[in-house]
Design a protein around this ligand. Structure first.
Ligand SMILES: Cc1cc2nc3c(=O)[nH]c(=O)nc-3n(C[C@H](O)[C@H](O)[C@H](O)COP(=O)(O)O)c2cc1C
Length: 410
């Protein structure tokens, strides 16, 4: 699909959404609708608003998530930073907010208990009662790298069924769990329970695997992303089009939605991602300084002060070694963080053991300067600590303006 065509679709999505907003009230589904939720029964935009341009494909995201507005801005499920309040604020503003659920699925997991609390908070903020009867317009994100994944069906799925978020995001499976078929079984179980399954991937092969396993939405995460990602990563400029082309070629008719992640922090990035073929964007780093986020104070300050994201962040598995989380991140993955003292010591040749000891001693003494701050290369543009809903509206409108401006150029 040509560049110009994508811009036209971007504009058409915006127009169609404006029609949609005029003709619908947000998100009050009836119990009857929920009972057949398994088949994604939410009223389709096409049934609610006239279609002006018949050559434009259905916008599946607006159909699955009726409170979203195009271009759809998704907030990433960032462990330690995102939460129920952030996700609710993003979804209320027409984005799609994700709550992090962590990676420990063992019975009695503290992370799952915390997730239940955050889902309850989000439900309260939406003013929704009866849990399973009224779907909650946020998603939940899990990391699949841990050995406790074998308990997922017995621990995570009942929790999800109880709280009824609209989507479940999966990321970073251990290769053994992909090969054994466990990941495929988890995707099937989630879909059987009616959840839209989002899979974040970092290369074409993992996108193909996610499509084979049944993903509805594939997040193509580029190497500019903050936090964990594929070690052999490419930027979204090449990754997104190659993933889109592969899906069009090998999974024609499935209509898998592609979202772009990694380095997108404003309307310019969103417009670029749409031009590359993505239908939505994911932002993580931009939301780190939202007042609703759980980000620690020193991290907020660091994110705001950091300029020039390329040289001031680094992408490496050494961060995991230095900060004691290597066991959670098998070899396909590494992470991008703001360069701090531990990384500078590492470059100076300080041995790992000594470096770890310095980190632990600093932490014990209440010194935060050696703690890690995961962030992407877009960090240099993240300055405004405004409410998450305002960010969603501002970025969405800036992207719309950018696309309209581009159309005047030809
Ligand atoms: C602080 C932080 C924590 C993150 N935690 C998770 C996580 O728990 N699960 C996950 O799938 N991705 C996680 N990510 C990655 C995001 O899903 C997303 O790919 C990334 O934020 C997009 O790039 P950006 O930060 O440049 O917007 C995290 C990112 C950050 C910055």
């Amino acid at each position: 699909m040509g560049h110009h065509k994508h811009l036209q679709i971007g504009l058409e999505c915006i127009r169609r959404n404006q029609d949609l907003r005029r003709t619908t009230t947000h998100q009050q589904r009836t119990p009857t609708q929920k009972s057949s939720r398994k088949h994604h029964p939410i009223t389709k935009p096409a049934e609610m608003a006239p279609r002006h341009h018949r050559d434009v494909p259905d916008n599946k995201l607006n159909s699955w998530f009726p409170n979203t507005q195009s271009p759809v801005i998704i907030s990433a499920p960032m462990l330690g930073a995102a939460n129920g309040a952030l996700a609710a604020a993003v979804s209320k503003a027409g984005g799609l907010g994700f709550i992090p659920g962590g990676l420990d699925f063992a019975p009695g997991s503290a992370q799952l208990a915390a997730l239940a609390d955050e889902l309850t908070t989000a439900r309260r903020l939406f003013g929704l009662a009866d849990r399973t009867l009224t779907p909650l317009p946020v998603g939940v994100g899990f990391i699949l790298s841990h050995a406790s994944l074998v308990h997922f069906e017995e621990t995570a799925i009942p929790l999800l069924q109880d709280h009824s978020p609209q989507a479940v995001w999966l990321f970073a499976p251990h290769p053994e769990h992909v090969v054994s078929g466990l990941v495929g079984r988890i995707v099937a179980a989630l879909k059987n329970s009616g959840f839209i399954v989002v899979f974040q991937v970092g290369n074409v092969a993992s996108a193909r695997r996610a499509a084979l396993d049944g993903a509805d939405i594939i997040v193509a995460q580029g190497a500019d992303a903050g936090g964990h990602q594929f070690a052999g990563g490419a930027g979204i400029v090449s990754l997104v089009p190659e993933v889109v082309s592969m899906l069009e070629r090998e999974f024609a008719g499935r209509g898998i939605v592609v979202a772009a992640a990694g380095g997108i922090v404003d309307g310019r990035g969103v417009a670029a991602a749409l031009a590359l073929g993505a239908e939505a964007v994911v932002m993580g780093t931009r939301f780190l300084i939202a007042p609703e986020a759980s980000t620690a104070e020193f991290q907020r300050k660091l994110v705001i002060e950091t300029e020039d994201g390329g040289p001031s962040t680094s992408k490496s598995s050494v961060h995991d070694d230095l900060h004691g989380v290597r066991a959670n991140w098998p070899s396909p993955y590494d992470g991008r963080a703001i360069i701090g003292e531990p990384w500078r010591d590492h470059l100076k040749g300080v041995p790992l053991e000594e470096n770890i000891k310095k980190n632990q001693e600093a932490k014990a003494a209440g010194d935060v300067t050696r703690l890690v701050t995961w962030a992407g290369t877009g960090v240099g543009l993240v300055k405004d600590a405004i409410p998450a809903g305002d960010t969603v509206r501002e970025v969405r409108e800036a992207a719309q303006q950018r696309i309209r401006h581009l159309q005047t150029l030809f």
